[in-house]
Design a protein. Structure first.
Length: 313
């Protein structure tokens, strides 16, 4: 009998389920490697969709026990209220420890200097506060939700991304990861940034959110908001991002593909009000989420790489 004829045909749903299972298995393996090999790791949790997925993966890796690491958020002080409220609620539900590193505290100490601390973007300044938080708590690894498909500098990252004693990243000095073997050794002062969902795409993330029925901040879904069309982006109208002279404020139905510092994060025009609608929209989009929503990534083609070399996540 022909064995090929006896092989069941897999439908698209079965193939997708197996794909998500493989990604999930890889990420859980990486999280357990961090717990086994690193002495004092932390998981970065902002309340954004990628870190929400990381929390679910950590639950699958370590529950019913407590996480073998605290949660850490580097707070610019210019975050969307909906996201911070969600962050605190989710941490309380999990019963885990949250450490907040504050850019505002770095400004008060003088380690971060901005021309106007009240209105200037604090996004790049997060690098300083992150390095200070790592030093204060002695973390030797920070787990984050960055993905290679986000931006070309992200695509250069290893799963275990080495940072020197100054917290700096050199893309030419990263370690090989053949056969999924990870070199986690660091000297005092050095650390790792670890990316368990590096191989996921934005579509994978949304399909996993749908499968796991994960809650998210409301601003990820379509809602009406006042925005300012500017340089091909829709800048949200806030006290930090007012309209400039000659600009027009419009009320549009939008959603956020990423969440971050208000001063540099823009929504996109969309009527996708459910996870299923967002999946359908994401499947056909040709612009990366950062390319469509981040003002700070449009200053130059190398802007992200420059920030990462200085310690940005």
């Amino acid at each position: 009998m022909n064995a090929l004829l006896d092989t069941p045909t897999l439908g698209l749903g079965d193939v997708n389920a197996r794909h998500l299972d493989a990604l999930e298995s890889e990420a859980i393996h990486i999280l357990r490697e961090v717990a086994a090999e690193c002495s004092n790791p932390a998981l970065l949790f902002s309340g954004g969709k990628d870190s929400v997925v990381l929390l679910r993966l950590a639950e699958k890796a370590f529950r019913p026990g407590k996480f073998p690491f605290p949660l850490v958020h580097i707070d610019t002080g210019h975050n969307f209220a909906e996201v911070i409220e969600f962050r605190d609620r989710r941490v309380a539900e999990l019963g885990e420890r949250l450490i907040v590193g504050s850019v505002e505290d770095s400004i008060k100490k003088g380690t971060v200097r901005l021309r106007n601390p009240q209105t200037d973007s604090r996004n790049a300044a997060q690098a300083v506060t992150l390095l200070e938080t790592i030093a204060e708590h002695g973390f030797d690894a920070c787990i984050g939700g960055a993905r290679r498909d986000e931006e070309k500098a992200r695509a250069k990252e290893r799963i275990f991304s080495f940072r020197d004693e100054f917290g700096q990243w050199d893309p030419k000095a990263q370690r090989p990861e053949l056969w999924d073997l990870y070199n986690t050794r660091v000297h005092p002062g050095e650390n790792m940034r670890v990316f368990p969902i590096s191989n996921w795409t934005e579509l994978d993330v949304w399909q996993y959110i749908a499968r796991e029925k994960l809650a998210l901040p409301s601003i990820y879904f379509a809602h009406e908001r006042q925005v300012i069309p500017r340089n091909g982006l829709l800048v949200p109208l806030t006290d930090l991002t007012p309209a400039r002279e000659g600009e027009t404020v419009e009320s549009q139905v939008v959603r956020f593909r990423t969440v971050g510092d208000i001063s540099c994060t823009c929504p996109v025009s969309s009527d996708a009000a459910t996870v299923e609608a967002i999946i359908a929209e994401t499947a056909v989009t040709q612009i990366t989420e950062r390319g469509a929503t981040r003002m700070d990534d449009q200053t130059s083609e190398a802007s992200m790489e420059k920030r990462k070399k200085a310690g940005y996540f």
